[in-house]
Structure formats: structure tokens, C-alpha cells
Design a protein around this ligand. Structure first.
Ligand code: HGY
Ligand code: MN
Ligand code: MN
Length: 399
């Protein structure tokens, strides 16, 4: 199994990798991600799995057992994750779940397992929302959590509309998840709980509610030299004070707030900008706390704008409510090994499927750096292999 895992991992390592940072650029509907999806199709074919692909490009490769006469067919177990990355992302966030799922099927076959129900390996597209802004776009569409009409107009940074690069997937009875009974996603841990434990693997209790909010700060373009400070309407100042306020609010309330993306117009060195657009990523340990955090930041942005003679408008672009994973499914997996259970502040397709009514659970693999959404994200091969065994044990328990 080790060779198998390492060979697949070596296949993926160079795809979409930056030669300068060592990070990954695997945005959906672009060449690196398309190459990965082609690789997945080859791996599925090599295992005799039946590959289904919806119009959006979500993929599920099925291992369907021979039907037993008279046996009532039960919905399948889905595993897998995503292959797209954030900008300059790590190697493990997403792909580890896909490679581990394929390796786990190999382990089950080595063990001579004849599953009583189908096992699917899923690859959801645009999980990161790094191109079109909405997190878990592929799984939201596949579950019908969002309608195509709501998203086909989403545009990337170059102004390309989603509807111009792909089509609407079916969902419901004709969709790619029609045969899915439950979902077990394996993912690299994005945090440092396991690194301090003796366990290479953990289980997720749930996902914090989180969202992405666009702030449009509008001011008045002017000369950087000839305009007196008191005569300015500078949106960069309003943005800067808002970023400080968000950081303070989150620290004081024990939540998370990040401004990681900003766009300035006209972005000149010797001009007061006319507009600053900035995106807040906010996360909190309850829906109420998230609402309170975002409302406080919005209020302080407006107040600051009033003082600066600018305007500040906030638009929610992507919101995911609190997720509590299936206790039954998690307990059944824990019956194979009493892995520690930990919360996560990172969003996942398993959260979308759970919210859409598919019982879901997550396995985490130890990340010694605890770092993610960065080239520094890491997992030791020995821990990855422990993750494959844990996933194989979980699938055996479920099929
Ligand atoms: O942003 C997230 O939480 C996830 O990594 N997509
Ligand atoms: Mn991920
Ligand atoms: Mn991620």
C-alpha cells in the first residue's frame, strides 16, 4: 500500500506547482486542475471503478458490488474530497483525501473485502472558492444547496463568468449524489491539535460557521502631494481602520477575522485611491457569534467611513452555517479505533453534504506544521498511511 500511495502522491506533486514558492495554483477550469481531474479518471479506470461526471465537472468513481439476488440495495458510501487549491496553497488540502480514498479501496481489495454496498470516490470542484468566490461551489451545486441561476453570473478576477466556463449540474434524483447514503471525507488537519497527541488521525466533531464578506470602500481620487490631509476622502484609510477593528473584535471575542485579499483602484503610488475593495473571512464558534462579529465590523466600517468622508458597503458572498457531523457515523468509525474528536474552523464539502442531509463524518491526518493554505502545509508519509488504514477500516465498518 505504501508504494501505491507514494506513486499516486508523486504523480500529483508537480501539477500546478510554483517553481518559486513551491505552492500550488490549481484553480478550477484551468490547466493544472484539468490535468488532476484527468489523472483521477485514469486512476478510477485502472481500478475498474465506474466514473460519473456531472455537467459542472464534479466526479464520482464507483466500486459497485455485484447485486445479490433478493438483497435490498442500500445507498452507497462516498469518500474523497477535492483537488483544487487556494492560490499558492499546500499539497495536502484536498488531494490527500482523494489519494487516500483510492489507496483505501486498494487496501480493501488486498484484504479481500466484498462490499455489500457501493463505495464511491468523489472529487468536488471549486471547494476553495478561490476563483469564483463561493466556497464549496461544486458540492453546493451537486446537493442543490445553491441554484445554478444564483451562481452562473459569478465572475473571477479577470471578469470571466462561471456560466461561460461550465454548465449547470443536475442534482436530486438525476444528480451525481443520487446513490450516496453517507460521506466520509479524509483531510489533512488544518491546525495543531493532533501534532501534540500520540494519534496520527482524528475525527471531526463539526465545522465552525464562517463566511466571506466583500467591503466596497469608495472615496475620492486625488493627488498624493497637493491634497491636504484634511481635504481627503481616502478609502484606504477607511479600509485600514476596518481591518484593525476586525482584528480587535476577533481577538477580544475569541473568534477569527482575516482580510487576506484587497483590490485598489487605480492602485497608483502617487494618488489617493478612488476605491478599495477588500474581503473579510470571518469565522466563529456559533452562528450567533458569527453574526455579532460581522455586524460589529460592518458598524465600525460605516462609522469610520462617516469620519473619512467615504462610503463602506458590505456584501456577504459566501456563508456556511455551523455543522455538527453525524454522531452515529462518527461513533461507528470510532468503533474501529477510538480516534480523538476535534472541531475545525475550516470549511469542507463534508459540511455541505451534512447540511444537505447526507450523514457525514471527517477523518483528519496529523499536520506537524499545523499550517495550511500555504506551501508550508505538511503531513508525514507515515501519518498519511495511518490515515489510509483508518479510512479503510471506516469503510469496512460501513460496507
Ligand atoms: O476556507 C476553508 O475553510 C476551506 O479550506 N475551504
Ligand atoms: Mn480542503
Ligand atoms: Mn482549503
Amino acid at each position: 500500500m505504501t508504494d501505491d500511495f507514494e506513486r499516486m502522491w508523486a504523480d500529483l506533486a508537480p501539477v500546478g506547482r510554483s517553481t518559486s514558492s513551491g505552492g500550488y495554483f490549481r484553480q478550477p477550469f484551468a490547466s493544472a486542475e484539468e490535468e488532476l481531474r484527468g489523472w483521477f479518471a485514469e486512476q478510477a479506470a485502472a481500478r475498474g471503478l465506474t466514473l460519473e461526471t456531472d455537467a459542472f465537472g464534479n466526479q464520482v468513481a464507483w466500486w459497485r458490488p455485484e447485486p445479490t439476488p433478493g438483497q435490498v440495495e442500500i445507498l452507497g458510501v462516498l469518500t474523497g474530497s477535492h483537488l483544487d487549491s487556494v492560490l499558492d496553497g499546500g499539497a495536502y488540502d484536498g488531494p490527500l483525501g482523494v489519494v487516500s480514498a483510492l489507496a483505501a479501496i486498494d487496501v480493501l481489495r488486498d484484504r479481500g473485502v466484498q462490499p455489500s454496498r457501493a463505495i464511491g470516490v468523489g472529487v468536488f470542484r471549486e471547494e476553495e472558492g478561490s476563483r469564483f468566490g463561493l466556497a464549496c461551489l461544486g458540492s453546493r451545486l451537486a446537493t442543490g444547496s445553491v441554484a445554478w441561476a444564483e451562481v452562473e453570473g459569478l465572475r473571477d478576477r479577470d471578469g470571466v463568468a462561471l456560466g461561460d466556463v461550465t454548465a449547470a449540474p443536475e442534482n436530486g434524483a438525476g444528480g451525481i449524489l443520487a446513490d450516496v447514503g453517507c460521506f466520509v471525507e479524509l483531510h489533512v488537519e488544518q491546525g495543531r491539535v493532533l501534532v501534540d497527541s500520540d494519534d496520527p488521525v482524528g475525527l471531526a466533531s463539526g465545522i465552525w460557521p464562517h463566511g466571506r464578506y466583500r467591503f466596497d470602500f469608495t472615496g475620492r481620487a486625488d493627488h498624493a502631494g497637493t491634497t491636504r490631509m484634511e481635504d481627503r476622502a481616502d478609502p484606504m484609510l477607511t479600509y485600514a481602520m476596518t481591518a484593525l477593528a476586525a482584528n480587535k473584535q476577533a481577538r477580544l471575542s475569541g473568534q477569527r477575522a482575516t482580510f487576506g485579499r484587497i483590490d485598489v483602484a487605480p492602485n497608483g503610488t502617487n494618488a489617493v485611491p478612488s476605491r478599495v475593495t477588500a474581503w473579510l473571512d470571518a469565522r466563529a464558534d456559533s452562528d450567533e457569534a458569527l453574526g455579532a462579529l460581522v455586524a460589529a465590523v460592518e458598524k465600525q466600517a460605516s462609522e469610520r467611513a462617516g469620519r473619512d468622508g467615504t462610503t463602506a458597503v458590505m456584501t456577504a458572498e459566501s456563508v456556511s452555517g455551523a455543522v455538527a457531523f453525524s454522531a452515529d457515523l462518527t461513533d461507528r468509525i470510532r468503533s474501529t479505533r477510538s480516534w480523538p474528536v476535534l472541531p475545525t474552523q475550516a470549511g469542507h464539502d463534508a459540511g455541505i453534504l451534512s447540511a444537505a442531509g447526507h450523514p457525514s463524518a471527517m477523518l483528519f491526518v496529523r499536520n506537524p506544521t499545523g499550517v495550511s493554505h500555504s506551501p508550508d502545509e505538511h503531513a508525514e508519509t507515515v501519518d498519511c498511511l495511518a490515515g489510509v488504514e483508518a479510512l479503510a477500516d471506516a469503510l469496512m465498518e460501513l460496507v
